[in-house]
Design a protein around this ligand. Sequence first.
Ligand code: MP5
Length: 216
Amino acid sequence: MALFTERLHEAGKDIWKKMLSHEFLQMTYKQEISDEVFAQWVRQDYIFVREAIPFIAFITGRAPLTLRSQLANIIGMLVKELGMFEEMAEEHGISLENINPAPTCHAYMQYLYSTANICPIEESFTVLYAAEKAYYDSWKTVKENLKAESKWQRFIDYWSSEDFEAYVKWIASELNKLAEGLPEDRLKKMEEHYITTGRYEYIFWSMAQTSEKWPV
Ligand code: MP5
């Protein structure tokens, strides 16, 4: 039988196609992105990664014992990642003081929290998979199309690395185990989360690209 993640990839293929050709990514690999637009992504993703820590903590509380220690390790990984954001922000003169989530970032965070708290583990694990896969695929696209060293190279290398790829593959294999034997209605819900998360990932790039702000 085909792996469940293959079903997810098929369901999300149009969204992924659009995501990977998003203007923000194209401008980044063509090195035409303005510092202000990139800084908007840095600030918003810093908030996102910071808030991903409680998301993982919530998931851990509902996870089977076999997943707990690896989920706890993700929290350590996120703390290190925040350090990378802080160092890159400092190096490039981007302030991380008094920053607030833009509407899209805010909505995405709330989606993470509610999924982790209300939905069964296989659904929140699907959200985790989609979010991490979106970043691996997006930054790998940037890396593959980049012609020369970028000032944002550290970010590009981080999410397109072999280590990160192995981490995404681990989530995929655990997700396939979680999906095993589940009835179609529960698999369908997982597929819906994969699509919703892919959509959030797409609009997250747009939020950065347009420097989205609250209108009031
Ligand atoms: C990730 C991220 C990857 N940093 N930001 C968004 C909007 N989506 C996915 O997650 P992580 O925790 O940085 O690996």
